[in-house]
Design a protein around this ligand. Structure first.
Ligand code: AHM
Ligand code: MG
Length: 343
């Protein structure tokens, strides 16, 4: 792969990466450019949210029974509009839409399926904390015009690309096609994303955990014990939790750490969604040398059976994730045998 200097534009990065793959049609490049465009529009709207009357609930509930924020609606529509006419997708899956969304008949279709959480962490909008868009891209296996369930209900290991855009103090787009994870920061004065985080790695250097610890009493007791052990002062762990998966994951990717969302009484299968939260972030985590598990098996090996399926999620540096998996498995060790204990 070409060596890219910091400051390289996203467009140049995508073009030169594509040139390195002689058979490439350019459709994935077009798709990612449209994602960047939608991200810029959302970033601008998030920045102006308080002024533009976008704060607060829109008055409805989405299919997951959560209050829909106005910005959720804006982000969902913006990404769909940016992709539907480009001739690169045959189906779009969104947290905000009950069923899959197909390309209107007046536009051409392409081979990709785009799954997204258009605005993750949206309960944080009114507090000015980091929020973001998480996305996963599959290449279709079906034939015909519209994509089918068979195109998305697949292991995350088959993704061709995954990424997110975090709207925080700055706007950062992080993407991977499986080899390396790269971050691009939006310079709002020129409206371009520039390479700012080259070859991001999930290291074990920083010992920090991110979870909603208020639910800890509802967790598997073995996980509670693991967490208690990390609090020994000599281990030097700290806790960091925004309550926005994309924000928490991004911090851990930059600084190190592990994120946990175990099953709770309210969410016995976990809260986070496979297709557009767990799978894309797991794809990024593994590409950055980290790991992601549901507590038993790697997230990327799980096959979802419905569009909005939920999963427990343990994601971050591989040492911490494997310790959690071992802790949950008890003395026997995990059944898959593919996670190794540290040390
Ligand atoms: P959302 O997609 O509706 O924003 O919900 C998912 C969010 C995640 O971003 C975050 O990790 C989690 O919910 C926080 O949940 P909790 O408030 O239970 O800690
Ligand atoms: Mg979400």
């Amino acid at each position: 792969m070409a060596h890219f200097e910091e400051g390289t534009t996203l467009d140049r990065f995508l073009m030169e990466t594509m040139r390195a793959h002689p058979g490439a049609t350019g459709h994935l490049l077009t798709l990612l450019k449209q994602v960047a465009l939608a991200g810029k529009l959302c970033s601008s709207r998030v920045q102006r949210a308080g002024l533009a009357g976008m704060l607060g609930a829109a008055g409805g509930m989405n299919i997951q029974g959560e209050f829909v924020q106005k910005l959720d609606i804006y982000a969902n529509e913006t990404f769909k509009r940016a992709l539907e006419h480009a001739g690169v997708c045959c189906m779009i899956v969104s947290e905000e839409d009950d069923g899959a969304v197909f390309i209107p008949p007046e536009f051409p279709v392409g081979d990709y399926i785009f799954s997204m959480d258009p605005l993750d962490g949206s309960s944080n909008i009114d507090t000015n904390a980091s929020i973001g868009t998480i996305f996963a891209i599959h290449r279709r296996v079906s034939e015909g015009r519209d994509g089918t369930m068979a195109d998305v209900l697949r292991p995350g290991r088959e993704l061709v690309c995954a990424g997110y855009i975090v709207y925080g103090a700055g706007t950062v787009l992080v993407i991977s096609t499986g080899k390396g994870v790269h971050g691009f920061t939006l310079d709002p004065t020129v409206g371009e994303f520039f390479l700012s985080h080259r070859e991001m790695r999930l290291t074990a250097a920083t010992r920090s955990y991110s979870c909603n610890e208020a639910y800890a009493a509802q967790w598997d007791p073995r996980l509670q014990e693991w967490l208690t052990r990390q609090k020994a002062p000599e281990l030097g762990w700290s806790a960091r939790y925004i309550g926005s998966l994309v924000g928490d994951f991004h911090r851990n990717l930059v600084k190190g750490g592990v994120f946990l969302y175990p099953p709770t009484a309210k969410a016995p299968k976990g809260k986070l969604r496979m297709l557009y939260e767990a799978q894309p972030l797991a794809f990024l985590a593994e590409a950055a040398g980290g790991a992601a598990s549901d507590g038993v098996m790697p997230i990327l090996d799980k096959v979802p059976t419905t569009l909005h399926e939920r999963t427990p999620l343990y994601i971050g540096n591989s040492e911490a994730v494997s310790e959690i998996v071992w802790a949950l498995a008890g003395d026997e060790g995990p059944p898959s045998g593919q996670w190794t204990r540290r040390g």
